[in-house]
Design a protein around this ligand. Structure first.
Ligand SMILES: [Zn+2]
Length: 107
């Protein structure tokens, strides 16, 4: 690979980016200091960083309260992050067969 600025050959260097698991490939010119990232490896690293910033996801069990009534505990971390105290009104919606969405009613 040639440097687009000075046409010298560029050095391929793997760069480790914080929070990304895969290194990013970069091209560096030793002559003029031109520096560029390889797009594919850059996009992969960005995807990995985004995955780590994904919202809180925890596994819980639906518990049987009585006969045909079911319940679910609100985990302490979830309650804290949503500032729940108990007694809040919520909207429950079922957009498809795999999801149960609980929306807080903000007064
Ligand atoms: Zn150069």
């Amino acid at each position: 690979m040639k440097c687009p600025k000075c046409n010298s050959s560029m050095k391929e260097v793997k760069v480790k980016i914080q929070d990304a698991d895969s290194p990013v490939t970069s091209y560096q010119c030793g002559e003029c200091g031109y520096f560029d990232f390889e797009e594919k490896s850059m996009n992969r690293a960005i995807g990995e960083i985004k995955a780590k910033e994904a919202p809180l996801k925890i596994k819980q069990k639906i518990i049987k309260l009585s006969h045909d009534r079911l319940g679910m505990y609100i985990n302490r971390d979830v309650a804290r992050s949503l500032n729940l105290k108990g007694g809040e009104d919520v909207y429950v919606s079922v957009p498809d067969k795999n999801r149960l969405i609980v929306n807080l009613v903000h007064s």
